[in-house]
Design a protein around this ligand. Sequence first.
Ligand code: NI
Length: 176
Amino acid sequence: MILKITDVKDPKLRLKSKPVIKFDKKIRQLISNMRETLIAQKDPEGVGLAAPQVGKSIRLFIIDYRKEKKVIINPEIISVSKEKKAPKTKNKDSILEGCLSLPHYYGPIKRSQKIKIKYQNLDGKLVSEEFTGFIAQIIQHEIDHLNGVLFVDRILEQKAPLYKFEGKDFEEVELI
Ligand code: NI
C-alpha cells in the first residue's frame, strides 16, 4: 500500500520519535508499505524514507539507493568523522540534498563523510556498521527525521543556499 508522505509543515515531523519495541507483523507491514511508497516516488525520486514521514513517530527508516537497500531501526550514532563537507559528484558538483516532505527543494549541506552506527534490523538483531560518502549523508538526514530535524534546519544553520528545481532549472529561493 502506498502511504501518504507528510508535508514539511506537518507538526508530526517535529516530534522526537519513540523507539521500536515490538518486531512484529505490524512493523513488517509498515516497512513493506514504506518500501512501496519510496519506490513509487518518481518526481522527485527518493533514496530514503523515515517513519515520521508517513505519520508514524517511531525510530525507523529505510534506504533504497542503488544496491544499498536497508531497514534501520533504533539507530544510535557510535561515531562520526569531524570533517564535514557536501559530497561531490564525479564532475565535482556538490550533491544537493532534498527531502520527499519538501519536494523540488535542494541545498548543499555539509555532512560528516563517515558515520558509524548501531541499529536493529528487521529481526531485531543488533548490527553495527560504518557508512561513507553519500550513504553517510542519507543516514544523517534520516536520523535527523527521527529527532524532528529537517534538512531546511541544516540549511539555515549552515547558511547554505536553498534552490527550487522546476522544469530544467535551479532557482535560488528564500527560506521562509
Ligand atoms: Ni527527508
